[in-house]
Design a protein around this ligand. Structure first.
Ligand code: ADP
Ligand code: MG
Length: 456
């Protein structure tokens, strides 16, 4: 993976967590100059920006780099004359940004002539094309596509909810990007609830609530991410209620995400709760194993890398709860291999990812054997019994292999667990499965699936 690509990914994330003005001012013309085990060097255009990044944004930068697989004890900011800006962006739009340059978040005021201010918060990295669809998210995907096709008519509001890192922001942004691409004049606002609250607080402080209100109430599409953070903020809820009504009455599309359904958001005003539930609510789940594999493969391909299937499966099995972490693990692997000039093999992946973290302590030999028998739909008595039919011998060998790999049991113990007297049977079986799993994808899949169930 190229340094440039890593930095673009980092900037993409930072762009979503700071205001547009701050992003343009502090991050726009930065680049990644050097990555080594000792240090990371970030190129910046001038001393002013250097100081600001060191003082105010160093945690944000190092955390975001880390999430993208780049870690070093030192992060240095170096003034460099060759700022890298994206070739497809015109700089004149940026230079007329009305927003602050002193690091204070300020209210974004409506701009009549600048279309880019209507694209607030959108990150073009997130599209429908790059979203992998599976059973866990197909409903959400379809609803978002419907909304992108005919906003304001079908599902209003569209409310997506589900755990962390499972693709809510990605889908919300994809709707925004699609609409923005289709209609250059549409006023599409994407905002995280935290930023929304911050802007509102600032509006109160600087007596600009009218400007704030009119900015949001004149949107054509309003996308509010992570609405759970509005809990307990009464004034903000009041303000949002009116914004919501104004938009809804004008048939403007509203899209909201949350980590839980409206009824479970503590201290959410009843009237908002009922507004949120008044359209379409969709529960998103963590993608299943096959979808996770497809996501890993497609993210690797985006870096022009085709990962060996065993590595894909390894990542998908070991990072099960969160696609952001799955992506982080992949980026970590690719960055590691890039820096050391290695191929991303299973051995590298497994040495890099600390699997023991996800391994439940209580996993027993019995559970592994039971799970393996269940997977192959054979009775446990058969797998630990004397039968020598092929459709029992192979599962038995796989069970031995799993006992060795997951629990690191000794060969005599493995043999005993499966009712064998001779420990050389266990040695032979483990070796055989090790070898065959390299050649035979069905064996690999079986192992992955058993493992997935064991650690689910
Ligand atoms: P959430 O908002 O639910 O916390 P995000 O939308 O930020 O999660 O997703 C986290 C990361 O995982 C993003 O980089 C996103 O692109 C990626 N991701 C999640 N689901 C998918 C998917 N189905 N296909 C491709 N990428 C996905
Ligand atoms: Mg999100």
């Amino acid at each position: 993976m190229q340094q440039g690509a890593v930095w673009q990914a980092v900037l993409g994330e930072i762009e979503l967590s700071v205001s547009r003005g701050n992003f343009v001012t502090w991050f726009k013309n930065t680049s990644l100059l050097e990555v080594s085990e000792e240090k990371i060097v970030v190129g910046v255009p001038n001393i002013f920006i250097k100081q600001q990044l060191e003082r105010k944004y160093s945690d944000l930068v190092s955390d975001t780099l880390k999430r993208n697989g780049v870690v070093a004890p030192i992060i240095e900011y170096k003034i460099s004359n060759t700022p890298v800006s994206k070739p497809d962006e015109t700089t004149d739009l940026e230079s007329v940004s009305d927003e602050d340059d002193l690091g204070e978040p300020r209210v974004t005021t409506p701009q009549s002539s600048l279309s880019h201010s209507y694209r607030q918060g959108l990150n073009e990295r997130y599209t429908f094309e790059t979203f992998v669809v599976g059973a866990s998210n197909e409903l959400a995907f379809a609803a978002c596509q419907a909304v992108a096709t005919s906003p304001g008519t079908k599902y209003n509001p569209l409310f997506l909810y589900g755990g962390v890192g499972i693709g809510k922001t990605h889908l919300l942004q994809a709707v925004g990007n699609t609409l923005a691409g289709r209609n250059a004049d549409a006023k599409i606002l994407y905002i995280s609830t935290e930023q929304f609250v911050q802007e509102f607080v600032d509006a109160l402080r600087f007596r600009k609530t009218a400007t704030f209100a009119s900015h949001y109430r004149t949107a054509d599409v309003l996308i509010v991410d992570d609405i759970q953070f509005i809990a307990g903020k009464e004034k903000m809820q009041e303000e949002f209620f009116h914004t919501f009504n104004a938009l809804h009455q004008a048939n403007k599309q509203i899209i909201i995400s949350s980590d839980k359904p409206p009824k479970d958001i503590a201290t959410l005003e009843e009237r908002l709760r009922s507004r949120f539930g008044g359209g379409m609510s969709i529960d998103m789940q963590i993608p299943d194993y096959e979808t996770r594999c497809a996501i890993v493969q497609s993210k690797a391909q985006a870096h022009d890398i085709v990962l060996p299937q065993d590595v894909v499966e390894y990542l998908a099995v070991n990072v099960q709860t969160n696609i952001r972490e799955l992506e982080g693990a992949l980026n970590q692997l690719l960055a590691f291999c890039e820096m050391r000039n290695l191929d991303p093999t299973l051995a590298v992946a497994s040495s890099l990812l600390n699997v023991s973290k996800t391994r439940p302590k209580h996993l027993s030999a019995k559970q592994i054997i039971e799970r393996t028998a269940r997977h192959f739909q054979i009775p446990i008595e058969d797998i630990v019994g004397p039968k020598r039919d092929k459709d029992i011998v192979v599962p038995r060998q796989i069970a031995m292999y799993m006992l060795r790999n997951e629990l690191h049991l000794s060969f005599p113990k493995i043999a005993r667990e499966l009712g064998r007297k001779d420990h050389t049977t266990a040695i032979h079986s483990v070796e055989k499965i090790e070898k065959e799993s390299k050649a035979d994808p069905s064996i690999r899949t079986a192992i992955s699936e058993i493992r997935e169930h064991l650690y689910a």
